[in-house]
Design a protein around this ligand. Structure first.
Ligand code: SAM
Length: 520
């Protein structure tokens, strides 16, 4: 019998630290920053010995240096080592998207409001209860975190995403099993040669900047724009649909990095954020690096899928869940995992305007309006000046809170409380619409997990998670639990401070909850 057999499979922090020969402090820090496989049980960390061994092997082959990396668009091309890819995960994990920046497929497109792959994986394993194949739904799919994790676990998935760029990214990932990697590699070589030749000849490009796109400062510098247009010429002449889609996704993923704009987290000028403009950049190299990363991930994922007896299917609908969700077969969904837009007015559409225009997905700003109106909760800008929106869910305490909000800063008109009350009422009405539709699509007893955070409007806290659960209960769902998956989001905010409304100073913590429901 070797030494290892005497070591238990589940290790405490001190045992795990001794096992991999680091200090407890270092190990605790690694666990907290998710650089090592670990699970929090109550207040204590627990480690799976086999997972630690696999992780050590992963490090030994040198595929990952294990260091957390800053968010960047032109990242190096290594994802997690293959051993780590398969780590068993169970339960409700941290939802922070930052983890996805190093993970196969998830890292293709940074999406501000995405959640982590391991969060989805944990939920899938928790609800599986021995079932071999689940039918998974994400009605607000973003860039496809839920769908990819479903495929990875051999489950079938359906997604809806109203933002055309996010939907394209989602679709491109969902079809990962079907790509011809040799063909893609050949096109990538051609792309490199094309760039070198065309840019050295300085012939100009056939592509033109999008006509309907306006920005406060030139989006690209003249030199960057010259390269961008040549790059677009290449994409336009590509005749294979899926390859063109991958190029579009890659271009969209990196385009802000060589523009005069940046995400802070909303899109704004670099100058406004105190950063220098980007006068020049090697556009072809940046796009090519992203595509090589995507190519490597396709290879990894396809290799992973060879263990499946049948290829799981993921379908992405680039339309509103409210409009097209009713087409899902009734009572056919085993588990829904999603994160809808929060009550924070994060403007997904405005923040992806450059993508939508430069990739030819919209031609005029008026087209954005119809997406805005169909978005979950709409936006403050969309509803602030309209007629008073009344709340549909029967929640007297929320009616009261909305009335108080409506009364705040009356002197500011639609920019004061009344505009924000319209927005909040629209938001909670959409929570109800979501529950009404979803209950008819879920298998009786099926699991719904909605990740949502509390929010502050005009100095008033809205406990959106609790309100959402109350609305769901009115629609027949049972609340299983509210899991606080992130204790702190973007820092505390001052509530009712003298600066904003009154004289009382109170700090409010922004958190994120996974609302777990059981379908009737
Ligand atoms: C919080 S994000 C979801 C992110 C996702 N969990 C991920 O990891 O990428 C919410 C998404 O809902 C989408 N959305 C908003 N209203 C929608 C609707 N009515 N139908 C479908 N998608 C919608 C937004 O465009 C946005 O991408």
């Amino acid at each position: 019998m070797g030494e290892a057999t005497k070591i238990p499979e589940i290790l405490t922090r001190s045992e795990a630290a001794a096992f991999i020969r680091v200090s407890e402090k270092t190990l605790g820090e690694m666990a907290r920053t998710r650089r090592i496989p670990a699970q929090k049980v109550g207040r204590e960390w627990r480690f799976l010995r086999s997972a630690l061994e696999a992780w050590l092997v992963g490090k030994a082959v040198g595929e990952d240096d294990g260091r957390a990396r800053p968010i960047a668009y032109d990242r190096p091309t290594t994802a997690e080592p293959a051993e780590q890819y398969a780590l068993p995960i169970w339960g409700f994990r941290d939802t922070a998207f930052s983890e996805n920046h190093d993970r196969t497929l998830h890292r293709w497109v940074p999406w501000i409001a995405g959640f982590s792959g391991s969060f989805v994986a944990g939920v899938l394993e928790k609800v599986r209860r021995g079932r071999r194949r689940l039918r998974v739904l994400d009605p607000f799919a973003g860039v496809g975190t839920t769908l990819i994790e479903a495929l990875k676990h051999e489950d079938d998935a359906i997604g809806f995403e109203i933002n055309p760029y996010a939907a394209l990214a989602c679709k491109a990932k969902a079809r990962v099993a079907h790509y011809d990697v040799e063909m893609l590699a050949t096109v990538l070589d051609r792309f490199e040669e094309y760039g070198e030749e065309r840019l050295s000849l300085d012939m100009g490009a056939v592509s033109r900047p999008p006509k309907g796109f306006a920005s406060r400062v030139p989006f690209f510098s003249p030199e960057v724009e010259r390269q961008v247009l040549v790059c677009q010429d290449f994409i336009a002449q590509e005749t294979t649909d899926w390859i063109r889609d991958l190029f579009q996704v890659a271009f969209g993923a990196v385009m802000v990095s060589f523009s005069n704009y940046s995400y802070e987290p909303s899109l704004g000028t670099r100058a406004g954020a105190g950063k220098p403009n980007v006068d020049d950049a090697d556009v072809f190299s940046i796009v090519k690096r992203k595509l090589r990363e995507m190519h490597a991930d396709i290879v990894t994922f396809q290799r992973w899928m060879t263990r499946f007896r049948r290829t799981p299917q993921a379908t992405v609908h680039p339309v509103s869940y409210f409009d097209h969700g009713p087409r899902i077969r009734r009572h056919s969904i085993d588990v829904l995992i999603t994160s809808p837009p929060y009550l924070n007015n994060y403007h997904y559409i405005r923040n992806t305007r450059p993508h939508l225009f430069w990739l030819g997905m919209v031609q005029a700003s008026s087209e954005l309006k119809s997406i805005e109106h169909k978005s979950f909760g709409q936006f403050w800008q969309t509803v602030r000046s309209g007629p008073e929106v009344s709340l549909r869910p029967r929640l007297p305490h929320l009616v009261e809170q909305l009335e108080e909000l409506r009364g705040r800063h009356a002197e500011k008109g639609a920019y004061g409380g009344s505009g924000w009350a319209n927005y909040a009422a629209t938001y909670f009405n959409d929570c109800q619409r979501f529950c009404t539709l979803t209950r008819t699509r879920m298998r009786p007893g099926g699991t719904v997990v909605v990740v949502i955070g509390n929010n502050i409007l005009q100095g008033m806290e809205f406990r959106t998670d609790k309100l959402f659960a109350e609305i769901a209960e009115q629609e027949g769902f049972e609340t299983v639990a509210l899991h606080e998956v992130r204790k702190k989001r973007t820092g505390d905010s001052i509530l009712n401070s003298s600066v904003r409304v009154g004289t009382v100073k109170r700090r409010t913590r922004l958190y994120e909850t996974a609302v777990e429901l059981r379908a009737p």
